[in-house]
Design a protein around this ligand. Sequence first.
Ligand SMILES: [Zn+2]
Length: 260
Amino acid sequence: MMRFVDMHCHLDLMTNGVEIARAAHAEGIGFFCTTVTPVDAIDARERFSTCANVRVGTGLHPWWIANGTCGADDASAAAELATASPYLGEVGLDAGKRGAASIDEQARAFGRIMEVVGARALPGRVISIHASRSTNRVLDILERTGAARNATCILHWFSGSTDELWRAARMGCFFSINEHMLATKRGREYARILPDDRLLLETDAPPQLGSPYRLDAIEHSLASTLEQLAQIRRAHVTTLGAQIVARSMRLLDFANADCA
Ligand SMILES: [Zn+2]
């Protein structure tokens, strides 16, 4: 068994990501490495190809559309990669300050990628989704394209409304919870009411993209999120942690042989 699985981590945007992944393997920590552009996804697949404890997602982050780094060509590239990628993310929508102006372009890009998911079921497909001030629109796209039916959809760092939370839960979505979410009263309330069988942990690290980072900071964040979550839900921390790890390992198809 692994000790922790970080279900949303930008390992490839840490300059020492591969060293961290190797050290994490020895510590029994696995990762869903979410990427932000399709070019990064190809690069990260290569860099982490020898790391049995890392799954790389094909991503197209809404902020990279909002700031003009990515456009329609990248949406096509991400959709093309998605045909054969079991793991997708970070993808989604952001209608907050950073993304409001480009929300329609984001929705077209996200829609294109989700159409690929809806068109053909790939066994074990998992998607890590960014939905900021746009959860209903994200869920509409997941429904319309059939992606919700064909994949395990994880809403990362959930910040929508209570109605959106229950709609997502009814659609079968999972929720990856991090420290930032538990720092707000609303986030703690969501962490309390979410269904047991949908809970996951994440860090969304690193805080500073393109710099070195530290495994102990990742581990500390995961352990602290788990402890708080157990407290909030009045659950036994060891039991809750074991359930979340087993669920995460199943979603990312980690076998016990993948941990040291
Ligand atoms: Zn992220």
